[in-house]
Design a protein around this ligand. Structure first.
Ligand SMILES: [Zn+2]
Ligand SMILES: [Zn+2]
Length: 194
């Protein structure tokens, strides 16, 4: 059996994941042969049909379009969903990451999940990053300015944070700014008639 005949189960085994929830797929850019980001373990004479990739936190595979579509049918994220990778750790440290769409901060939390950023970008958080990357930003952060919630709470005086959704918060300063911006937007412009 050749690489073009792999089943979804075989692909998931090669990707070293239990399911397709966090498997990114897509077409490999035309100039890929010169792209150092794509592993070149395979010989350069790749089968013409394998112009697509499947990516887990551990492995990237070249696959066929049929295989990509099969993975998506089984629940792999479509092209309108961004995958954000993190990892579990014994210390139960949680991380935050930039939204791939608007660069606001998203708290990744402690469980794999699907979410939608303030900007409308759909994403999935997956804990399969290999190896662990401790350079990720820790803690819950203000989605706009990035200040850490714990640092803020340790500071002087009450500093109320605002929950925007399940995984995004705003610090008091940014929340005030947002309210002020909304007020100035809704105020009629000089000379405009109501
Ligand atoms: Zn966003
Ligand atoms: Zn802020």
């Amino acid at each position: 059996m050749g690489p073009e005949d792999r089943t979804v189960v075989q692909l998931l085994a090669e990707l070293q994941v239990d399911g397709p929830f966090g498997v990114e797929t897509g077409r490999i850019a035309a100039s890929t042969d010169a792209d150092p980001q794509i592993p070149t373990a395979e010989p350069s004479a790749l089968p013409r049909s394998q112009k697509y990739f499947a990516q887990s936190g551990t492995v990237q595979l070249r696959i066929t379009k049929d295989q990509m579509e099969a993975l998506r049918r089984k629940g792999a994220p479509g092209k309108d969903v961004e995958v954000i990778r993190s990892f579990k750790n014994a210390q139960n440290v949680t991380f935050s990451e930039h939204c791939p769409g608007c660069r606001r901060w998203i708290h990744l939390g402690g469980t794999e999940h699907e979410g939608q950023c303030f900007c409308g970008q759909n994403y999935r958080v997956v804990f399969d990053m290999t190896p662990d990357d401790w350079s990720l930003w820790q803690e819950i952060r203000c989605m706009d300015c990035g200040v850490a919630l714990t640092m803020s709470l340790a500071g002087s005086g009450p500093n109320p944070w605002h929950a925007i959704n399940g995984h995004q918060m705003q610090c008091a300063v940014c929340a005030e700014k947002r309210v002020a911006d909304q007020a100035s937007e809704s105020r009629p412009k000089p000379g405009a008639r109501g």
